[in-house]
Every structure is written in C-alpha cells, then in structure tokens.
Design a protein around this ligand. Structure first.
Ligand code: RBF
Ligand code: MG
Length: 328
C-alpha cells in the first residue's frame, strides 16, 4: 500500500494476485483532470478485482529529455506523492527517471515495468499519451502489445472544464499562474495553488519599518510561482514544538520590493503577512504553505515606507473581503 519506488515494489511483489490496472504520467500538480483519470482507473480496477496503480516519475521527464525547455513545476515530488496517495489509489509507484530510463525503448518499458513488474491487465491512458525514447510509444503500440501480452488499453477522455475550451492540463494551469490568474488555476487544480517552504529570517524591515512583520519563504528551485503581485490567501503553519498546525488569513507579497530595492534584477521574494496571528507564535524555521486565493493588485514602487504601509493596510482589508467572498 502507499507510495513505493519501482524497485521496492518489485522486490516485495506488492499488488494483487489477479494483476493491476495502471496509469502512467508526470502528474504535475495532480489537477482535477488527473484526479478524474485516476477515479476512472479505480472504477476499472474495482470492476475486475485488480489493484489500481499510478506510475509516476521522481522528476519531470522533460528535465532529463529537454532541460533547456523543461517547465517549472506546479508541485515538488513530496507534494505530488501526497496528492496522488490522497486519491485513494492502491499503489503509487515512483520510477526514477534518469538518463537510462529516458533512452529506454517503449517496448522495453512495457515488458519490464507494465507486464513483468506490475502485471498490468488494464492500462488506462488519456488522449495524447506518449512514452519511451523519442516518444515512440503510442496508444497504438500499447494496444498491439496488450493484445499479445494480455492487457487491455482503456481510453479515458480528458476532463473538460465547462468554462474552458481546452481540457484541464498542467500546461494550461502554468499559463494561468504566469498571468496571475490564481482563481482560474484554483478551479482547474481543485484547490488553491500552493508554495511550500520554511520560514526564514527576512531583512527585519516588515515589523520595524512598516508595522507589518512578514513570514519570508524561499520559492523552491524548479517550482513555478504566480505572476509578481499582491495576493490574498492562506498560510498554513506546520506543527511546531508545542504548537499545532494552524491556518491564517494572509496578505501575500510576491515580488522584488521596488520601494526598497529599486535596482534591476533584485531577487523575487515570497512574503506573507499573517492576519490575526498571536505574536507569541514562533515562525522561524517552521514549515509553511502559502496558498493563493485571489490577486489583489500589481506590485508598486512607493515614495515612502509610510505610503507603502498605508497601502498594506488597504491590502489587509481587501484580503479579508476576498477570503470572505471565496468562502461563500
Ligand atoms: N513592497 C513594495 O515595494 N511594493 C509593494 O507594492 C508591496 N506590497 C506589499 C503588500 C503586502 C500585503 C505585503 C505584506 C508586503 C508588500 N511589500 C511591497 C513588501 C515590503 O516591501 C516588504 O514586506 C518589506 O520590505 C519587508 O521585507
Ligand atoms: Mg519578513
């Protein structure tokens, strides 16, 4: 049960005696479309008394195959595995996607992983599924091999969001985020977009100069952040020593802070001002998750710290209003 690497899955002969129903993908973001596909997989598995298995990779295949144009990700590996496990699938199998794997012929992946290791009886695929070296593995190839090796290929139509012309996809969600459309992204993800990190010491200006102390988080390498700007959202603080997990309304600043850093190329920082935070709550070194609910405004350069502080006071009110609207 749960999440396993391919080699340990093979070693412990997990799964079900009658075999498995499998789907394979990068599953970046584990969005509503992915969860729909996995829901159908679980139904197919239940009908035939098979174990349901989601196969995914420990990094995005594009990172290995075309690093110069690999996308920034919608979640890190830990978060992806957590979200996949939460779908209720019987097994999440993680395939290390190294150079060797990227060079593997599609036919070899089918015999080695699907047939010999997972004992696939059903392989569920979306419309545009490709795999193996040079993306030579197509649905037609899977069907031909399945006929010989004893598995069926189930075609699952991609989920179409009523308000979108195109199916829900990781690529479409990345575009929404790059445009700052965090509400649309939340719709397609089925939850607000979230960045995880550890609260680090900032430059101390938030509390002393502005009267708005912020929790500063580093955006993890390789993970996409929404467009620079000011947002309303939530900040979930992980349990600390002597304190439980808590969720706080947050006015979020994602940007280069031009008021204090007018120079070109200042680093992008993610800061959250936590509304209604008990001052006794220790923040530093706590793991935090910042969730983007709605976009409030562009980041601006102010003439003075006082002018920025006044604007932040308005942002705090706008945050309360936006979160109250989103909760309805
Ligand atoms: N800094 C800016 O230079 N321009 C802004 O428009 C701006 N908006 C912010 C809005 C909120 C809600 C918060 C919490 C911070 C904002 N900041 C902005 C960042 C501010 O400069 C930063 O928190 C302090 O400099 C401490 O690092
Ligand atoms: Mg700070």
């Amino acid at each position: 049960m749960g999440v396993q690497r391919l080699d340990s899955f093979a070693a412990t002969a997990s799964g079900s005696a009658s075999g498995s129903a499998v789907t394979i993908g990068a599953f970046d973001g584990v969005h509503a479309g992915h969860r729909y596909l996995i829901g159908r997989l679980r139904e197919l598995a239940a009908e035939r008394d098979l174990a349901s298995v989601v196969v995914t990779f420990d990094r995005h295949p594009a990172r290995v195959v075309r690093p110069e144009s690999a996308p920034l990700l919608l979640c890190d590996l830990d978060q992806k595995l957590e979200l996949l496990e939460a779908t209720g699938v019987d097994h999440v199998v993680v395939v290390p996607f190294d150079h060797t794997r990227s060079q593997e012929e599609a036919e070899h992946f089918v015999t080695d992983v699907l047939v010999d290791t997972l004992r696939a009886r059903v392989v569920a695929v979306g419309e545009d599924f490709h795999f193996g070296r040079g993306r030579r593995g197509t649905v037609a190839l899977l069907e031909a091999m399945g006929a010989r090796m004893g598995f069926d290929v189930a075609h699952i139509d991609l989920l179409r969001d009523g308000s979108l012309e195109s199916p829900v996809s990781s690529t479409a969600i990345r575009l929404m985020l790059v445009r700052g459309e965090v509400e649309a992204a939340a719709g397609a993800l089925g939850r607000p977009y979230e960045i995880r990190g550890v609260v680090a010491r900032g430059d101390g200006r938030g509390g002393t100069v502005l009267g708005y102390p912020t929790a500063n988080l580093a955006v993890p390498d390789g993970v996409l952040h929404p467009a620079i700007g000011i947002y309303a959202g939530w900040c979930v603080l992980s349990p600390g020593i002597g304190s439980a997990q808590t969720t706080h309304a947050a006015a979020i600043s994602l940007g280069v802070r031009p008021t204090f850093h007018p120079e070109e190329g200042a680093p992008v920082t993610l800061e959250a001002f936590l509304l209604d935070l008990d001052e006794a709550v220790p923040l530093y070194e706590r793991s935090a998750r910042v969730q983007f609910v709605s976009r409030l405004r562009d980041e601006l350069r102010f003439e003075s710290a006082a002018a920025l502080a006044e604007q932040i006071a308005r942002d705090v009110e706008a945050t309360r209003a936006a979160l109250a609207r989103a909760a309805r």
